[in-house]
Design a protein around this ligand. Structure first.
Ligand SMILES: [Zn+2]
Length: 509
């Protein structure tokens, strides 16, 4: 080409002069990023020209965050998470059934960020053991549907017969055939599920080459049904079947036994088991008050908390007595509560316990974002923007990732920017990509990768959500780009933008 000037390649979008961080290649340099359609087409020190050019000087340009544990599979929850830097939000713990219907519904409504779900074993167990709860012969693909049924003891506290286990596996397998990302195992809500049923489920996962995503059966400091006993069972399932075993939010289900549980997991990994972990960055958990772990007679000893450590999400009030707790649980088992099991903001020893799970090598930062509810306690799923005032949830649904960046990186300097970005993006892709190959294009800022990109100011990026006012958007994410399209530009959300795409395994039936 001597003698002629190469025409400048023209990109659809160019982000120039940002501090580009790619956790896989350990790139942390000033670079220009060129985007063509939905792909990253260039990462270079050379100047680039684009139809749209954005000056990213002084900003960090990084792969968008991957949340493997997001129950907020709707438009408002996704938008709130986008302000926190999330570009892919997956429902792997509870999962969903029917999987195909879930993906169809999301595609029809449009999604701001990438979405997906595992096959939900809990849904399969519910409609198998309580067939009258099925609607038109099948479960309803909404988490609210399952939450409502946690107080029905026939499916949560009973052992399944051999024939029922067979049927449960059929439902779950159907979810995998419809493209489910693995098997969601809400074992913590089903104390009645037996080891033989679990073994059958893990064998199915191994056979199909997918992962299991488990909320362990017992969250308790007290034997015989302790967190430690559940973890030993889980490692046994991993060892005896070889199936990938992912431990959901081990920060909260380990309670104050995280040192022991960390050792169990570390040694299991050293022995070659495919075990992965995730944590959110708060010392408070959240669930429906009717869940069996909140059995009032045992809750204080088993969880190491007092009744005043619980608050009702819809009005942010602490419980004053056991009687009040029992009353609320009876009247509204589906109501969400918060449980402050560690006081990590005030107590350095509690903060150190939280670090054991959050900073564990290879752990993914996940939010466990729960759907937002309005003042009447209804699940908020409206498209209206800006959001109405007073929405309630756990603050992790809005601020998990920016809290991690603010507190662990900027304030405490407990880890570096690149390590924090690795934990929030690449690690999630690595955990999934053996069974979900499309994840190999995510969590990386390199040529050829999906253009899911965040541009943020490291000096100011922060969470704003608190337990009192959880629905405060994170700030400092100047640009959030999903599949090459701006969802947030100059800090403003485009309410017309629905660039999210499904993350899904190939459909085989
Ligand atoms: Zn959970």
């Amino acid at each position: 080409m001597t003698g002629t000037q190469d025409p400048h390649p023209t990109y659809d979008l160019v982000l120039s002069n940002g501090r580009v961080i790619d956790p896989e290649t350990n790139l942390d340099e000033i670079r220009n990023v060129g985007i063509l359609a939905d792909r990253i087409a260039a990462v270079t020190g050379d100047p680039l020209e684009g139809r749209v050019a954005v000056d990213a000087s002084g900003m960090i340009v990084a792969p968008g965050f991957i949340d493997l544990h997001s129950h907020g599979q709707n438009i408002p929850s996704h938008r709130i998470q986008a302000f926190d830097g999330v570009t892919t939000a997956l429902e792997l713990e509870a999962g969903i059934l029917p999987v195909g219907e879930f993906y169809d519904n999301c595609a029809q409504e449009g999604r701001p960020i990438n979405y997906g779900a595992s096959a939900g074993w809990g849904f399969a167990r519910l409609v198998t053991m309580c067939p009258e709860q099925a609607v038109n012969g099948k479960p309803v693909p909404r988490l609210a549907y399952l939450f409502d049924k946690f107080n029905i003891r026939e499916w949560t506290e009973s052992l399944a017969t051999e024939a029922q286990v067979h049927k449960i596996l059929e439902w779950t397998d159907q979810g995998l055939r419809e493209g489910g990302l693995g098997i969601g195992v809400l074992q913590g809500y089903t104390p009645g599920a037996g080891a033989k049923e679990m073994l059958a489920l893990w064998s199915l996962a191994a056979e199909q080459g997918v992962g299991t995503f488990t909320h362990i059966q017992n969250a308790s400091l007290v034997d015989p049904r302790s967190s430690v006993s559940s973890m030993i069972q889980l490692m046994g399932l991993a060892a005896s079947t070889g199936a990938h075993t992912h431990i959901c939010h081990w920060n909260s289900t380990s309670l104050r036994d995280i040192p022991t549980i960390r050792e169990i997991v570390e040694n299991s990994q050293k022995a070659g088991l495919k075990v992965t972990t995730e944590a959110y960055v708060y010392g408070a958990g959240s669930s429906a008050i009717g869940a069996s772990i909140y059995e009032p007679e045992e809750v204080e000893a088993r969880l190491g908390v007092k009744f005043s450590d619980f608050t009702l999400v819809k009005n942010n009030k602490s419980f004053e007595s056991k009687e009040e707790f029992i009353q609320e649980r009876k009247a509204h088992p589906e109501n969400l509560i918060l449980m402050h099991y560690l006081h990590s903001d005030n107590d350095p020893q509690d903060a150190a316990l939280l670090d054991l799970s959050v900073l564990y090598p290879g752990a993914s930062i996940c939010s466990d974002a729960i759907t937002w509810i309005d003042a009447e306690g209804n699940w908020f799923e409206s498209e209206e923007w800006p959001l109405p005032k007073g929405l309630q949830s756990h603050p992790r649904a809005a601020g998990n990732y920016c809290r991690f960046l603010r507190k662990w990186v900027r304030e405490r300097q407990a880890i570096t920017w690149i390590e924090a970005i690795r934990q929030s993006s690449l690690n999630g892709a690595l955990i999934l990509e053996d069974s979900v190959p499309s994840m190999r294009k995510k969590g990386r800022l390199q040529e050829g990768m999906d253009a899911d990109i965040i541009v943020f100011d490291p000096e100011t990026v922060t969470d704003n959500a608190s337990f009192k006012e959880p629905c405060q958007l994170s700030s400092g994410m100047n640009h959030v780009i999903v599949n090459g399209t701006f969802l947030i530009r100059d800090g403003q959300l485009d309410p017309e933008a629905f660039p999210g795409r499904p993350v899904r395994r190939p459909v085989t039936a």
